[in-house]
Design a protein around this ligand. Structure first.
Ligand code: ZN
Length: 326
């Protein structure tokens, strides 16, 4: 994803800064305003780790290449194996071939759905790499990690279905962008917004996006656009993490607004989205971001476990009636 939107968006970024740097955080309440499900399935960081390994083994996941296609076919088979209904959205957007994979669990209703997403492509150029700036990024953390956590969640949804319908969207062509070129990132999600299927955007109560969720020593601040568009979700998700003992990883503090798929889903699609993404106000993204070193060595199962367990506790805490916690 792009860091901030620099061109033409300075005003917005500054405005958000102004409000995100205001009173830091509401303190954690003594007792949660929600109940965690007593019976919830167990997230396996080991399975998620293996799914990262499998994605990397295909090679770079650059749209239009044979290795990308092979990985997409594998992802499709994995999701079908978990009992999901799959829709492939194939097309071209801004000259780029797009293959979005959207899988559905539960009822086919066009309301009260939840959207979970990650991007399955990897960046073609390691432009942050001092030595190999033209080599492709392996993309272990960015974003095989997000895809892997969703694959593991899909396994759990098959084992213990959620009480409401959920869709997992694996966006293509998120990471081809260039800084300074308007809307050049996030092509897959922008394409989906123009021709949503199988469900319209209004079908979704809200959604969660995962980007770079497996890095060693990761911390997740409350991303700026998530605080703007989905404050209720963001607060509750971070509270769940804290109650599970992951407050050191999920920091109850504001983070910067980041131009990523959920920005478009929230602002254009009006789906309140929360983005779990590794970026700290002082250190930026993880050190290997957009370099050839974004490989398995940056992945830590502790981080995958914290994210996965938090998501499981969070998702299974809702009933169809409580999906809108505003
Ligand atoms: Zn990226």
């Amino acid at each position: 994803m792009g860091t901030f939107r620099l061109k033409g968006w300075v005003g917005l970024a500054v405005g958000l800064w102004a409000c995100t740097s205001a009173p830091p955080t509401s303190p954690l309440p003594a007792r949660p305003a929600f109940t965690l499900a007593a019976q919830r399935p167990l997230f396996s960081a080991e399975s998620a780790y293996v799914a990262i390994e499998r994605q990397l083994a295909f090679g770079p996941r650059i749209p239009g290449t044979p290795t990308h296609k092979a990985c997409g076919d594998w992802l499709k088979a994995e999701l079908l194996r978990r009992g999901a209904r799959l829709t492939e959205q194939i097309g071209t957007y801004k000259g780029t071939p797009i293959r979005n994979l959207i899988v559905s669990f539960g009822d086919t209703v066009s309301q009260g759905r939840v959207l979970l997403s990650a991007h399955w492509d990897s960046r073609p150029r390691a432009d942050r790499d001092a030595h190999n700036p033209n080599a492709p990024v392996p993309g272990a953390n960015d974003d095989a990690s997000g895809v892997a956590v969703l694959l593991e969640l899909a396994r759990l949804f098959a084992e213990q279905p959620l009480p409401y319908p959920v869709d997992i969207a694996l966006w293509d062509a998120e990471d081809l962008g260039q800084e300074g070129i308007e809307d050049s990132y996030c092509l897959g999600s922008q394409y989906w917004l123009e021709q949503p299927q199988p469900y319209p955007t209004q079908a979704y109560a809200w959604g969660i996006h995962l980007d770079m969720v497996g890095g060693r020593g990761a911390t997740f601040f409350q991303e700026g656009y998530s605080r703007q568009y989905a404050p209720f979700l963001t607060e509750r998700l971070w509270q769940v993490a804290a109650y599970l003992g992951y407050g050191g990883i999920f920091r109850f503090a504001p983070g910067e607004p980041i131009l990523d798929d959920p920005f478009y889903l929230s602002s254009r699609g009006h789906i309140p989205m929360c983005n779990i993404i590794q970026r700290t106000p002082t250190q930026g993204f993880f050190p290997e971001w957009h370099t050839t070193q974004d490989d398995l060595s940056v992945i830590d199962k502790t981080t995958l476990q914290a994210v996965g367990e938090t998501l499981v506790a969070f998702l299974y805490s809702f009933s169809p009636q409580s999906l809108n916690p505003k």
